[in-house]
Design a protein around this ligand. Sequence first.
Ligand code: F6R
Length: 262
Amino acid sequence: MSRISASGDNVASSVDHLNARILIGEDPAEAGRLAAEVILETVKANPAAVIGLATGSSPLPLYAALAVSDADFSRVSGFALDEYLGLPDGHPQSYAEVVRTEVTDPLGLDPVLVHTPEPHGQDHAADAEAYDAAIRAAGGIDVQILGIGSNGHIGFNEPGSAFDSRTRVVPLAERTRQDNARFFASPEEVPEQCVTQGIGTIFEARQLLLIAHGEHKAEAVRLALEGPVGQEFPASVIQRHPNVTVVLDRAAAARLGEQAKP
Ligand code: F6R
């Protein structure tokens, strides 16, 4: 594992078994620009790249940095990580809407090439299977953008999710509903269920790009990168992936290299 700050200095790492490259920006905006370089390299190498799209607050500086780049995203495909169940079409917090307003429109993606999991169908299992099949049919995901939940979730794979899980409907953990209440008018409005790419689905991406900001994410980042690998902390699966870039601001990186607290 190498740890590189935005100023370019390499910081010795305590975790040598990891394949992760860790990029640290001073603040979320700088981290967003560093993460944008990863996507821009990918799209430069393949203008028809397939990108896995996280929602939530963590990737917003990345999307903002991409929106002001002069790259052409018109042939890029996008697959959202997850979608809430139970929100009406067009709800501003539905991830279909968030992806449209934060990614598709500002970056100029072709809406036909942008996919979000179907939350309204009669047969959720069939819809979920079709979503994984669509990812495969597109050639697989080149870079999967990920945030991390304070409880270690990736996508909405909450603690206990199997590492070989596929796209499926899952209940949201209470802690996740509390964390996400800030996006809704009241905590009760946060949906109780969602459909998420599975950990197995996420793991098949050729590169994982995990983004975290803020002191409140520092412990989750430490556990993901330096904690034991296991389904109790889903993000720890990234330690097994051969091609991971983690982009942090200083505050989220603050606990890396610390000894585990008893
Ligand atoms: C969003 C997603 C979630 C978030 C995570 C962090 O599509 O899958 O795993 O990435 O909950 O959310 P933020 O970035 O809002 O802290």
